[in-house]
Design a protein around this ligand. Sequence first.
Ligand code: T4K
Length: 371
Amino acid sequence: MSSDPIYVTRPSLPPLAEFISYLERIWENRILTNNGPFHQKFESALCEYLGVEHLSLFANGTLALVTALQTLRITGEVITTPYSFVATAHSLLWNGIKPVFVDIDPGTCNINPNAIEAAITPETTAIMPVHCYGNPCAVDRIQRIADTYGLKVIYDAAHAFGVRDDGGSVLRHGDLSVISFHATKVFNTFEGGAIVCSDAKTKQRIDYLKNFGFADEVTVMAPGINGKMSEVNAAFGLLQLDYIDMVLERRRVVESAYRDRLSGIKGIRLLPQREDVVGNSSYFPVFVTSDYRGGRDALYERLKAYGVHGRRYFYPLISSMPMYRSMPSAQPGRLPIAEMLSAQVLCLPIYPDLEGARVAEVCEIIEKSHG
Ligand code: T4K
């Protein structure tokens, strides 16, 4: 077995030499930020690639989430999932909004639409679901509930770059969708993110809000923030787009190698794949049940001893963190599926250049640890 460590992910990078000419152009024109030429080009190239109408780039996904809530003037309570990266709920607290956690569906790890209605109060203004691991939420049911109760829907689509259902990009659903281009994501710009929306007026408001609220040199429309993506990140993103199809294809190969080898192991549950969805293989979660000797944490430690650094995304649950745990919706026992999955989950290494031999090593450790 190789002694090189294997991390849960490794960022995809284009050949360095190809990036130099992009940098030279920035050095020539000395436009470093504030909606420069690379920024504009990258926004249109992304819209085209993703098949969406409008998109506003951000410095990272978290600022995009915070701004998405400001865009729609969301207040009061927002129904969301406890099974996510902490930025989902933090974006609510940054806006003075109360998160209301509801349980998830064990087949997808996404918010359970059956649990949403019971959590609606007169203070509820929106739903913030997460397409966890890039698996699409029950978008039609969520939209029906939102329409019935007059709620907005903002998708945290941080994991869902390139994911399509039978109608096109999953990013078209809801009022707004937020993606992340962090180093650990399927598509990265070092740091970065975006809000996807469906009309030009909303994009205009987002663009004001991410630039301090400036509409022109002397007019400030709103207490905006500095959420802008720089020219270096935008230029890098533009180059990354040339490689994304290859990246996605290689990720699929890794995912299918894991599925072939791990699907029969007692005590290891995999998430089902939907036939009507083109996924992005962004994560490879396995759920270690009580049938597996020692359980999840023993396997996590054993893999680590072999230099395989899986991650327990998403453990602990957001609802158990100090700033959330006293909330009524966060009380232990109220989110039984999320609690169970959070105690079972282990995300195995997945990235485009992870060789088949290394995948086989990871699988072998999992097989051996069981017996
Ligand atoms: N919503 C959701 C659902 C999200 O998952 C996230 C981010 C957000 C919102 C917020 O979007 P951003 O504001 O981040 O754009 C990571 C990421 O920092 C975070 O972006 C991501 N979710 C979350 C799921 O994972 P950590 O603390 O696990 O990252 P870290 O630094 O431990 O990296 C994991 C492994 O990746 C390392 O062991 C090695 C490798 N790695 C990482 C980095 C940063 C590299 O090889 N190179 C690198 O540059 O949070």
